[in-house]
Design a protein around this ligand. Structure first.
Ligand SMILES: Cc1ncc(COP(=O)(O)O)c(C=O)c1O
Length: 396
């Protein structure tokens, strides 16, 4: 009998389990050890020697995430999403360039700019929603650094392109189906932050990305109780370099956090399905709200990114943004009035979170002052809407 194809809803539950044998535990044990017995010659990066090099508590989530992202190599778990981002941005050698979207998670920007300040690389910003202009930027960067599809060095890429789609917090969508193959032709190594979409909604490796990064703190763990990251690639050299980075920098996950994230991922499919359905309803209702100037959500048919999102995503995610007919103080007052929504940063948990992004002084001023980012949870959608509605009534 041929093996049946396992769908993501099955993979999240059935992958990453102890061996199917009598007396085996059903769930992955938590390995609370800093070291492993042994006295023979060892390969530091591959043998179990010391828990900064390896902990079996990581393996099962690394396997689940790799199967969800359609990767052949296991993923790499990190201490946080930013630790995974750092493992990618640290790949570039002196004299390189990082192409960085105008809007992307703010710490990913800060980290690249820090590399630039230290003289390691140049950072070139681009607007990822403008495909033609982005391709011109890519061509110029590849040609200036002399990279081609034939001479790309995966151990030290001279041109690294960072992508995030949809972007945080503006929800712009990059045309990944065009940009990723174009980068491959030009010898540009690409990394996509897939945190907002999750692998259930978007699979960048299958669209041509070299690396996928997740803040597993968000949807993957799903309960706002851990900080973790993941990086996934199909290139053995890229994986080896990121593993070396993790081991040498010690940016490793604690075994208990790994356990929580694996436990969380079991319900990823259910949570994402429910949160996305709620987000769609809220986006539609909020579009008609008199206090709302703009709703940004690619699931809305008139959203400028609806067509491209439909072509590459399996759904539209559970994050939406609203720009209110209000100033910063009035927007803060709306947030204060909410009873069910939690005013907090972060996203992707079962509970709905809301945040005025410009409260972060590092958020660029191209983000409107009255923009609220909504991370839609799994609560009853009418309760969520009614709570927003009563709070919006505070705007006079
Ligand atoms: C899109 C995105 N990428 C990366 C990160 C960083 O992840 P972490 O906070 O787990 O370090 C975040 C955090 O908010 C994020 O929203």
């Amino acid at each position: 009998m041929t093996e049946q194809k396992l769908h993501p809803e099955t993979l999240v539950v059935s992958q990453g389990r102890p061996a199917h044998q009598h007396d085996a535990p059903v769930n992955t044990p938590i390995y609370m050890t800093s070291t492993f017995r042994g006295g023979k010659t060892v390969d530091t990066l591959n043998d179990k020697v010391y828990a900064r090099f390896h902990n079996p508590s990581w393996e099962d989530l690394e396997e689940v995430i790799a199967s969800l992202e359609d990767a052949e190599l296991p993923g790499l778990m990190f201490a946080s999403g930013m630790a995974a981002v750092a493992a990618v941005e640290d790949l570039v050698p002196v004299g390189s360039v990082i192409l960085l979207p105008r809007h992307t998670y703010m710490a990913s920007i800060s980290l690249a700019l820090k590399l630039q300040r230290r003289g390691i690389c140049e950072v070139i910003r681009y607007d990822l929603e403008n495909t033609e202009q982005t391709i011109e930027t890519m061509k110029a960067a590849a040609s200036a650094r002399g990279v081609t599809a034939e001479n790309v060095d995966y151990r030290a890429p001279k041109v690294l392109m960072w992508l995030e789609s949809p972007t945080n917090p503006m929800l712009e969508v990059a045309d990944l189906k065009v940009l990723l193959p174009e980068a491959k032709k030009l010898g540009i190594v690409t990394a996509v932050d897939n945190t907002f979409s999750t692998p259930l909604v978007q699979k960048p490796l299958t669209l041509g990305a070299d690396i996928v990064v997740h803040s597993a703190t968000k949807f993957i763990a799903g309960h706002s109780d851990v900080v973790l990251g993941l990086a996934i690639t199909n290139h053995p050299e890229l994986r080896a370099m990121m593993l070396e980075h993790r081991t040498l920098n010690g940016s490793i996950a604690g075994p208990f956090e790994a356990f929580l994230a694996l436990r969380g991922v079991r319900t990823l499919a259910l949570r994402v399905e429910r949160s996305m359905a709620n987000a769609q309803v809220l986006a539609e209702r909020l579009t008609k709200h008199p206090r709302v100037r703009e709703v940004r959500y690619p699931g809305l048919p008139n959203d400028p990114f609806h067509a491209v999102a439909t072509s590459q995503m399996n759904g539209f995610g559970a994050i939406l943004c609203v720009v209110l007919e209000a100033n910063a103080q009035e927007t803060d007052a709306v947030v204060e009035k909410l009873k069910i929504w939690t005013p907090a940063t972060s996203l992707g948990g079962v509970e709905s979170l809301i945040e005025r992004r410009r409260r972060h002084l590092s958020e660029p001023d191209s983000i409107p002052e009255s923009l609220l980012r909504l991370s839609v949870g799994i609560e009853n959608v009418d309760n969520l809407y009614n709570d927003l509605n009563q709070a919006l009534a505070s705007i006079v």
